[in-house]
Design a protein around this ligand. Structure first.
Ligand code: MN
Length: 204
């Protein structure tokens, strides 16, 4: 199947004032659309790969023909990452995790505040463009990692449950050079229900 933009379940202005309307509009309609178009253009050269789930291609990039491997890594990764990112945000959601996820966060990081600090540090110190992630490792432990460009932790055998885009296009119109402020404010729109669901699915 050809890749398409996912349906956004909230309006472009729904995450105001933390994520501004113009950034959401351009980020979704232009940046994400470009990743979709570019990964489709690459896969057109090997159309049998449209039969494979994109996530499965990104999990094992060595199975992707070398001629399009970098295009699939960058643009397929971009499509996958943004599809998750939109789902991980919501207006007026729960401000913190609960239940088994909260217990695991407390056990791993020493508390929710300490987790946020660890995650924010990973996001702040990612040099250039990339992402910060909360993942489940192969042995089902929580871990904070960051990746460059549009790389996704599934390429390293990890299961992402929370993702933050720290490319400048994600925050520059509102926050300019103040990436730490963007990271801090973004926590106001995290959809912890989705993080919790991904945690439960990943633990299986
Ligand atoms: Mn982005």
């Amino acid at each position: 199947m050809k890749n398409t933009l996912p349906v956004l379940t909230y309006a472009f202005d729904a995450l105001e004032p933390f994520i501004d309307t113009q950034t959401m509009t351009i980020h979704y309609s232009k940046h994400h659309q470009a990743y979709v178009d570019n990964v489709n253009a690459a896969l057109e050269k090997f159309p049998e790969l449209f039969e494979v789930e994109l996530a499965d291609l990104i999990k094992d990039l060595n199975q992707v023909p070398e001629a399009i491997r970098m295009a699939v890594r960058n643009n397929g990764g971009g499509h996958l990452n943004h599809t998750l990112f939109w789902e991980l945000m919501t207006p007026g959601g729960a401000k913190a995790p609960e239940g088994a996820l909260l217990e695991a966060i407390n056990a791993t990081f020493g508390g929710f505040a300490q987790f946020k600090e660890t995650f924010a540090t990973a996001a702040k110190t990612r040099f250039g463009s990339g992402w910060a992630w909360l993942v489940l490792t192969a042995d089902k432990q929580l871990k904070v990692v960051s990746t460059a460009n549009q790389d996704n932790p599934i390429s390293d055998g990890l299961t992402p449950i929370l993702a933050l885009d720290v490319w400048e296009h994600a925050y520059y119109l509102k926050y300019q050079n103040r990436r730490p402020e963007y990271i801090d404010q973004w926590f106001n729109v995290v959809n912890w229900n989705v993080v919790n669901r991904l945690f439960e699915e990943g633990k299986k």
